[in-house]
Design a protein around this ligand. Structure first.
Ligand SMILES: [Zn+2]
Length: 161
């Protein structure tokens, strides 16, 4: 599965002369699909949050979860329940970015994932397909007092400290 062309990044629009710049309107970096998904502003926070959870599922360092998985999830992870749980998270990350024009935020994303998970878990077949791996989305008890000011701690999995 390859995800592409879901958003008119300035890099693309510049190529067909619809915009005069191929720079990101937020940070001036070259505006690519990857940039919008995992590198810029809130999308970077969202990616780091997701990446920390994928790393917890695969028992690796988040550093080893490549951001290219969001565009080209060409990995194979055993067992298949674990593989499907990671695919589910990546698909929802992309889904969240594709939803309309509203402003993205880490808190909005966490809420989006909670609601999606609740819907998925109430379907028995989906639950079997991914086992209980999605429980990694459960916030650790230390997060019950989570505030936006504490978001700088989201980069590392708190349950490992
Ligand atoms: Zn940017």
């Amino acid at each position: 599965m390859v995800i592409h062309d879901f958003t008119p990044t300035n890099d693309r629009l510049a190529a067909i002369n619809l915009t005069e710049t191929n720079r990101c309107g937020t940070c001036e970096a070259i505006d690519t699909t990857q940039h919008g998904l995992t590198q810029c502003g809130e999308s970077k926070l969202i990616w780091n949050w997701t990446r920390a959870r994928i790393a917890a599922i695969t028992r690796t360092n988040p550093f080893y979860v490549p951001e290219t998985w969001t565009l080209r999830p060409d990995f194979l992870i055993w067992p298949s329940q674990r593989h499907k749980a990671i695919m589910w998270m990546l698909a929802h990350l992309v889904d969240y970015h594709m939803q309309g024009q509203r402003r993205i935020s880490l808190l909005g994303y966490i809420d989006f994932m909670r609601r999606s998970r609740w819907k998925a878990d109430s379907r028995p077949t989906r639950c079997t397909a991914v086992g209980n791996y999605r429980s990694i989305l459960d916030p650790p008890s230390s997060w019950t007092t989570y505030t936006p000011q504490a978001r700088h701690t989201l980069g590392r999995p708190p349950w490992k400290s």
